[in-house]
Design a protein around this ligand. Structure first.
Ligand code: 13P
Length: 247
């Protein structure tokens, strides 16, 4: 799956142009493997603009609960607006909003209760990477977020090294492949039903490097920030992915 994470970007006009270009140019056979996570305010608009397609719509975050929590959006509300999935634990949420694994676990449970597919984002900081702690950090991020939860078939993890997001610095595709294999093992060994997750890579994916990532065995797709804001650039990446998985 390829997911566009628009973060706090977009406007009614720019979204309209993006969706028009996307729908006119996205290969039909791949569209159900594409997800878009616009700002929560724009989900209804995007749903409407793309209603004739099988594209998946997601929210970038949910709160763990609904009710008297001013400013929050809960899973039921996202599902009611037509979302298929929710990102959980993006590093920007962890860093800027101080979200901890224990909260992310509640969010995963909430997502399942609302029938939303949770996409758990994990990743180490530059310092953790340089200290050689990547695998330990990823393992604890996963274990603390999914222990004793019945994760379902289709559970997805997005591996996004914090130091690769928006920087142009990426790990070598082969190194990511090894990390993804490790992530699959950790999730599977935590899963009560032996679920093996899909693992997406995110962090400075562009048209020029996407083929190198997507040809790796354990990279099941991408979570794309900056390069997803321009529909033309996003479509180039989608076309590369489409060619590789239909080969
Ligand atoms: P960039 O593609 O801009 O590096 O962002 C990655 C990301 O954070 C997607 O969630």
């Amino acid at each position: 799956m390829i997911i566009a994470n628009w973060k706090a970007n977009g406007s009614l006009l720019s979204n309209q142009k993006w969706c028009k270009f996307f729908i006119e140019n996205c290969p039909k056979e791949i569209i159900s493997n594409i997800g878009i996570a616009p700002s929560a305010l724009h989900i209804g608009q995007i749903k409407k603009l793309l209603e004739s397609s099988d594209v998946k719509i997601g929210i970038q975050d949910i709160d763990a609960e609904g009710g008297p929590r001013t400013g929050s959006i809960c899973g039921e509300m996202a599902a009611d607006t037509g979302c298929d999935f929710t990102l959980i634990g993006h590093s920007e949420r962890r860093i800027l909003f101080k979200e901890k694994n224990v909260l992310l676990k509640q969010k995963i449970e909430s997502a399942y209760q609302a029938n939303l597919q949770p996409i758990l984002c994990i990743g180490e900081t530059l310092e953790e990477n340089e200290q050689g702690n990547t695998m330990d950090i990823l393992k604890s991020q996963i274990e603390e977020a999914i222990s004793n939860i019945t994760i379902k078939e289709g559970f997805t993890v997005a591996y996004e090294p914090v130091w690769a997001i928006g920087t142009g610095n990426t790990p070598k595709p082969n190194d990511i492949n090894v990390i993804h294999e490790f992530i699959k093992d950790v999730v599977q060994s935590q899963s009560l039903d032996d679920v093996v997750p899909s693992v997406l890579y995110g962090g400075s994916i562009h048209e020029s490097n996407s083929e190198d990532f997507f040809t790796e065995k354990n990279i099941d797709g991408g979570l794309i920030g900056g390069a997803s804001l321009d529909a033309k650039e996003f479509l180039k990446i989608v076309n590369i992915y489409s060619r590789l998985i239909t080969q």
